[in-house]
Design a protein around this ligand. Structure first.
Ligand code: S3P
Length: 189
């Protein structure tokens, strides 16, 4: 995979991987690329990758749209908190969270306490382009996706800002973003 030329060498990535002693948790808006970036990051660092949304679906034996429809968002958030509590168990791994996870104060405190939180951020146009590829996000069905994404990004910014590492992801392939995440973790450690 192409990393940005300003990023770390293979040897530096290996050395960095050895220094990471707890889970790395990706937070940020839907569509920003937490799962794709997370999967590639896990590959590079030779760590397992876990998608919290997939774990919630597995635990509930139901899809996220079904959970929202049958039990509502509050129920989903509760399940999300419990699943993330189980995932941030001290084992080194890369975790992608759903966009609202870090907004919940309890979930956020747990992540900040027990993991390395990285906020992946991007502008609304990029989010809009990327969410268009999937049709499984109940919150985007409640109106105009651009308006919803703009509002949620504004409302959630104060929460996301509490992640110690902030990486801006621009359009195009994720190589550059991954390079920035690695550098961000290195600087934070
Ligand atoms: C949500 C984001 C989704 C999923 C659920 C709610 C949100 O995850 O958890 O639809 O509140 O932003 P992604 O960020 O992976 O799309």
């Amino acid at each position: 995979m192409e990393l940005d030329e300003t990023s770390l060498s293979a040897t530096e990535i290996e050395a960095l991987a050895r220094r990471i002693d707890r889970p790395v948790v990706l937070v940020g808006m839907m569509g920003v690329g937490k799962s794709s970036v997370g999967r590639k990051l896990a590959n590079l660092l030779h760590m397992p990758f876990v998608d919290a949304d997939d774990e919630i679906e597995r635990a509930a034996q139901m899809s996220i749209p079904e959970i929202f429809e049958r039990f509502g968002e509050a129920h989903f958030r509760d399940g999300e908190r419990r699943v993330i509590a189980r995932l941030v168990d001290g084992e080194r791994k890369i975790i992608a969270t759903g966009g609202g996870a870090f907004v919940n104060p309890e979930t956020r405190a747990m992540i900040v306490d027990r993991a390395i939180a990285v906020w992946l951020d991007s502008d609304v146009d990029t989010l809009l382009e990327r969410v268009g590829r999937k049709d499984n996000r109940p919150l985007l069905k409640q109106g105009d996706p651009r308006e919803i994404l703009t509002r949620l990004r504004d409302e959630r910014k104060v929460a996301y800002e509490q992640a110690p590492i902030h990486v801006f992801s621009t359009r195009g392939p994720h190589g550059r973003t991954i390079g920035k995440v690695l550098k961000g973790i290195e600087a934070w450690l």
